[in-house]
Design a protein around this ligand. Structure first.
Ligand code: GTP
Ligand code: SAM
Ligand code: SF4
Ligand code: SF4
Length: 383
């Protein structure tokens, strides 16, 4: 046993990799390819075959949602996981403990589905915070119902939130999210701001002919409130499988639309593995005065997979090494057996070792002929 009372861990062989060089090479033939010399325990993080190291853990707490965004969920007919198949609060806590203590995880994102739908969300956050006083814990949410929960979440130890908001018009919200909840979302964001869950980031997916003309208005709204807006290129992760590359609003188009009112210049801060490319924003009428930051997450036209630092666990406890993985690795069966933390960590390492190079394949190319959309929608993976 070690000092924390857990069974001592064996030293595992993990490939010694050159992150930069490895990214230039073709994908290894198989995840089970030659194994590297032994590294010390501390180096045994979530390393993959391409030298990337996952330090950013994203856990989906629930597959259910109270909205039905067209780019994510179907209008109806989605089968929810039974409660018995969802990770319990204690299981989530244990996974985070293993990730942080043994595998080099440095930040945690809780997502879904809609994480606010999870009744024990505050308790989950409080328990994780108790274990990890310094861990950045963030939440990605649609903010419906956040108005009543923001203070409790902040008190439990949540660090910050990202809120999805695609439009400032009630009718467009109803069309996109198939629910009439714009005001609930706006009230939720304001409450989060008041509770100090900052910096607040706003995620907007632009859909051609629906809300793509709103880009400058959304940015204006976010700047006035001190929020960091990010535009997201739509990815093929909709339950209806209706995504078409030619219909997607591209990063280039978004920048062009913003240029009607704003001047963007690259944010000098290092990107540091973040999906969003950030720009400093000034009004075209006053280009010398930077008013805030806007980000563009161009997963389709400017992929960032070479610097991916993410590891995901779905609500039913499966590791998805990549957002587009078609292979999943079950952790819940281990968690519900008498397996040790070391067994869990080893399975997690193995799963991440086999992480695809990009977009679930050995190359980037959402929408290419050989790209296969995962069966799961974004809501069922954990965005
Ligand atoms: N291709 C790809 N896109 C991702 C991934 N993770 C998140 N995204 C996209 O990025 C969007 C924003 O994600 P968020 O959960 O708000 O957070 P983030 O941008 O990852 O992180 P922060 O900036 O640190 O708050 C998601 O809605 C996805 O569309 C990923 O692993 N791969
Ligand atoms: C799946 S949601 C889960 C958390 C929460 N329900 C929310 O909407 O913020 C997480 C993020 O995924 C994004 N998303 C969903 N489907 C997407 C798609 N097809 N392409 C790009 N982003 C998508 C949403 O805009 C949201 O910001
Ligand atoms: S994007 Fe978030 S809010 Fe919209 S349907 Fe998907 S899970 Fe729900
Ligand atoms: S598509 Fe996969 S490899 Fe690329 S950034 Fe997302 S999770 Fe990472």
């Amino acid at each position: 046993m070690n000092a924390s009372g857990s069974p001592a861990r064996r030293s595992l062989p993990i490939r010694a990799v050159d992150p930069v060089g490895a990214r230039q090479e073709p994908a290894p033939a198989s995840p089970a390819g030659p194994r590297p010399p032994e590294l010390s325990e501390k180096q045994q993080g979530l390393v993959d075959r391409f030298g990337r190291v996952a330090t950013d853990l994203r856990i989906s707490l629930i597959d259910k949602c109270n909205l039905r965004c067209t780019y994510c969920m179907p209008a109806d007919g989605m089968a929810w996981l039974p409660k018995s198949k969802l990770m319990t609060a204690e299981e989530v806590r244990r996974i985070v403990m293993i990730g942080v203590r043994d595998l080099g995880v440095r930040e945690l994102r809780l997502t879904g589905g809609e994480p606010l739908v999870r009744v024990d969300l505050v308790d989950i956050i409080a328990a994780i915070r108790q274990d990890h006083p310094e861990l950045p814990i963030s939440l990605t949410t649609n903010a419906v119902g956040l108005e009543k929960k923001a203070e409790a979440l902040a008190a439990a130890g949540l660090s910050r939130i990202n809120v999805s908001l695609d439009t400032l018009h009630a009718s467009t919200f109803k069309e996109l999210a198939r629910r009439d909840q714009l005001n609930a979302t706006l009230d939720g964001v304001a409450a989060a701001h008041a509770a100090g869950l900052t910096p607040i980031k706003i995620n907007a997916v632009l859909m051609r002919g629906v809300n793509d003309h709103e880009a400058p208005d959304l940015l204006d709204w976010a700047l006035q409130r001190g929020y960091e807006l990010r535009f997201i290129e739509q990815m093929p992760l909709d339950a209806d499988h209706g995504w078409r590359k030619e219909n997607m609003v591209t990063s280039a188009e978004i920048r062009e639309s913003l240029a009607s009112r704003f001047t963007l210049s690259p944010d000098p801060r290092a990107r540091d593995g973040a999906p969003a490319e950030r720009f400093q924003v000034a009004r075209a009428s006053d280009p010398g005065r930077v008013e805030g930051i806007v980000g563009i997450i161009a997963s389709v036209t400017e992929p960032f997979c070479t610097d991916c630092r993410r590891t995901r666990i779905t609500a039913e406890g499966r590791i998805m090494a990549c957002l587009f993985s078609r292979n999943e690795t079950d952790l819940l069966d281990l968690l519900r057996s008498d397996a040790t933390d070391e067994d869990v960590a080893n399975r997690w390492r193995e799963a991440m070792w086999g992480k695809p190079r990009a977009h679930g394949m050995d190359h980037t190319g959402l929408g290419d002929d050989d790209f296969v959309q995962p069966d799961r929608s974004m809501s069922a993976i954990g965005g």
